[in-house]
Write a protein that binds this ligand. Sequence first.
Ligand code: HEM
Length: 486
Amino acid sequence: ALAVALVSLAAAAWWTVGRAPLRAQGVGGSRYRTGSSSAATWPRTGGSTGRHGPGRCRSGSAATASRPACCPCSGNAVRDHGKLSFTWFGPVPRVMIPDPDLVREIFNKFDQFGKPKMIRVGKLIATGVVSYEGEKWAKHRRILNPAFHHEKIKRMLPVFANCCTEMVTRWENSISLEAASEIDVWPEFRNLTGDVISRTAFGSSYQEGRRIFQLQEELAQYLTEALQKLFITGYWYLPTKNNRRMREIDREVRKILLEIIGNKERAIKYGENSNDDMLGLLVESNTKQPELGMSMETTSVLLTWTLIVLSMHPEWQERAREEVLHHFGRTRMPDYDSLSHLKIVTMILYEVLRLYPPVVLLNRRTFKETELGGIKYPADMNLILPILFIHHDPEIWGKDASEFNPGRFADGISNASKNHDVSFFPFGWDPRICIGQSFALLEAKMALSMILQRFSFELSPSYIHAPYIVLTLRPQHGAQIKLKKI
Ligand code: HEM
């Protein structure tokens, strides 16, 4: 381990001394304070050298009701080093781009800025369309698009409804009529979203799908620990207990998938099954690893934060309930058209996605030497697009940026912030915008409506507000809510 650490340190040192700084192109420095260096050059040696990898992030006492205290892309790096700062991930420099205009430029020039090279271990959780580039990405995205067409998603509504009914019925049966009962909604929502995605994506192979998501959940935990050490070159290849377990999980997931896919391929071949469901399309796109594990995570954290925040803001909980009861009464199953027309609920979900974006940052890489915002970056530079930071920036959202105020979305997303179109991007941005956005929002609306129809809720005294990051932004100590039947 020592040898590997030394190799890594040597690599980092090589990077620092072995690359000549690049001069800014004829501009009087960048628009930002640039660490301790006044010239807009890159790389600099005066910026932060701390490793703000996702795994290092822990919430602390400074967390407020609406804002995570510590995050690689929240205030710490900016406070210490200015808006434009960089960190080292082993030998790879990472620069944070907290300016919506530059973020838009990066999205628009997707032939110049691509996905970062995947570290070996990252491939365990995110291969497929989410990591592909160029023609390969376009081909796979084209194949997958039909599965997420709104007509297809509309047809999935009964699955959403059944899974949500199972969950709220279980809650109803477990709590008494008179008193409020405590329930940790975080594992409940993980279960729900795992159910939904397994049933919609894997159909009759649902049980195997569930097993895959359980394994991916376990993998996420190991991965988070590993992320703190992965900057050490070759760490992944050490036979540590965690690394061995991660490999085992990978093997098991692949085995289950190959079996499911083999069955599906046979069914398609003999005309027993159509290939236009999600799994069929994944098979057609030759995806041997489903990129669906993360989707279950992201949707479940959205629902979890929504219940937490509505517990903190009973007035918005009441407004949402009024709207839901107006459309569906206390017993009617929410239908697609009415769900699409819920205004208050949609505003609330957007505001939760602003304050607690499940994906806190996006990563991009420069393909070649590239100029951005007056600074020239070398090839293979890692750029961080800090969703969480931009969503909380008072310069964009006003003085109440860290307050929960769904009213700011009353006139739609484009009027919610001050003139920046890329200031709210919990689902990323074109052309690589999240393919499952409508799927996730519909599922969240269905679950929230059915909960509001049946229960009122408040925070339990045992709840500790501690947003932290294990791949997604989640509540570190669970989400204990007191539910009361209404
Ligand atoms: C609240 C829920 C969700 C959030 C916040 C979310 C967020 C995101 C974000 C930020 C990206 C862009 C990544 C990037 O540009 O680097 C993305 C991409 C993607 N998401 Fe989601 N997601 C959610 C739910 C889902 C669901 C339910 C599915 C599938 C069932 C899904 C499938 C995908 C896929 C396949 C991509 C890659 C798209 C591409 O590169 O063309 N997501 N998601």
